[in-house]
Design a protein around this ligand. Structure first.
Ligand code: ATP
Ligand code: MG
Length: 418
């Protein structure tokens, strides 16, 4: 992609009312645009990053056996009444609207109720099960405070998966595989070391749910980590009894601030009974389906990555989700420099290396400043000085290290870079 063709531009300043680090950096880098508190548009570069995160999640969901769907944002009131979650006193983040007929509808903040109701059309006997379905869908939540940029949106992208199983045993088997799959996802997007499996409130039969909490100073949660076992307990449910039950030692627990990037839940048969989702077992007897729910905040994840991987001058993307592998900067003014830049651009494309080329007529200082804000991990610089030698400057953004390489070594270096 040529930078001269991008309509979106970097900005020197983020809006004054934007207090979060992630949104400030993303706005300055030209990744997102702020509509209002907690509501952001994704611009070309931001959408590339979002799609890279989605693709990693999609690959892992498909490996788990998930089937992808998309459900609607408009939801039926009566479904949520059946589970006692329509009342604003029970769920305080609803956005609701009214049809011309006067009937009330909800704007989806979650999809457990509609999807479980929909499954009544498809689940008949034990032969229909198990079913694992997932979607990437915009959730709408009237959050009281939306001051954490894309980490807490009023409209945000979530991946939600639902599992329908015949009994607790097969449910648990899938649930355990989902935990491993989630850990792999967080590892692949660059957050592996800092994302901890955390015991939290909610969930049936086990009496807790599992959260995936990423250690972050600006996070809104507090967790207690056992570093050796790599598990944690959310402050909300910390008790001597639970510490003992999990075989942990109080003195080994370290208090840290964190942000919840994922949450998985067992509903047992509670929701199926409320919504009347039964299957016939081998004897033809009706049984309630066992339900699990598995969420990942896709846009929140992007915000967390930005907060964790940035320096004084801008974002530093992990390679797996960087919008491009290489930022190619021509800071020369000669025809020769342009020719070499075009050749390297073509060579990179031939090798399937994603490249953003700054072909604009700007001063080198401006190009460097923009490149700092955009945060692509590798930067190749073509200048009038270096072209005569046949060696080109490549800078690793993370370490700040600069090497001089000929074209073939340059390609090798980029292909191997992690
Ligand atoms: P929180 O406790 O942070 O409000 P939650 O418990 O309401 O989150 P879930 O309903 O479990 O969240 O949603 C699943 C995932 O969606 C969460 O783990 C989180 O990553 C993400 N998420 C939840 N609310 C938001 C939001 N307002 N903006 C962005 N992502 C969110
Ligand atoms: Mg939660």
């Amino acid at each position: 992609m040529y930078q001269s063709k991008l309509f979106s531009k970097t900005r020197k300043e983020a809006p004054k009312d934007e207090v979060s680090k992630n949104a400030q950096l993303l706005i300055k880098g030209g990744f997102i645009n702020k509509e209002m508190a907690g509501v952001y548009d994704y611009l070309p570069l931001g959408l590339i990053v979002l799609n890279k995160i989605k693709n990693i999640v999609r690959e892992e969901m498909n490996t788990l056996g998930g089937e992808e769907i998309t459900m609607t944002s408009l939801q039926r009131k009566e479904l949520w009444e059946k589970t006692d979650r329509w009342d604003d006193k029970k769920v305080d983040i609803w956005f609701k609207s009214t049809l011309k007929s006067g009937a009330e509808v909800g704007l989806g903040w979650s999809h457990e109720e509609p999807i479980t109701d929909m499954m009544k059309n498809f689940i008949t006997s034990y032969r229909s099960l198990p079913i694992f379905v997932y979607q990437f869908q915009s959730k709408l939540r009237n959050e009281l405070r939306a001051k954490s940029g894309i980490m807490r949106g009023r409209e945000f992208l979530m991946k939600d998966m639902y599992s329908y199983s015949v009994d607790e045993k097969s449910h648990q088997e899938f649930y355990d595989r989902a935990i491993q799959s989630y850990l792999k996802i967080f590892d692949r997007v660059g957050l592996g070391r800092d994302t901890i499996l955390t015991f939290a409130s909610g969930g049936s039969f086990t009496k807790f749910s599992h959260e995936f909490q990423t250690i972050l100073d600006t996070g809104e949660d507090v967790i207690y980590i056992d570093r050796d076992k790599n598990i944690a307990i959310n402050k909300e449910i910390l008790s001597d009894e639970l510490i003992k039950q999990l075989g942990l030692n109080k003195n080994n627990l370290e208090e840290v601030k964190s942000v919840e990037v994922g949450n998985i839940f067992s509903f047992g048969d509670v929701k199926s009974k409320q919504l009347d989702l039964y299957y016939k077992d081998e004897q033809g007897k009706p049984k309630a389906v066992i339900l699990g729910s598995y969420g990942i905040g896709i846009t929140r994840l992007m915000g967390v990555i930005v907060e964790k991987f940035s320096d004084e001058v801008g974002i530093v993307w992990p390679t797996s989700i960087s919008p491009f592998a290489v930022h190619l900067l021509n800071i020369g003014s000669s025809d020769e420099a342009k020719k070499i830049t075009d050749k390297i651009y073509a060579d990179l494309q031939k090798n399937n290396i994603e490249v953003l080329c700054d072909d604009r007529e700007l001063r080198p200082g401006e190009k460097f400043a923009d490149s700092d804000l955009i945060g692509i991990p590798l930067r190749v610089i073509i200048s009038d000085k270096t072209i005569t030698s046949g060696n080109y400057e490549i800078k690793e953004r993370r370490k700040g290290k600069v090497s001089l390489l000929n074209i073939s070594d340059l390609l090798d270096f980029i292909k191997k870079y992690k």
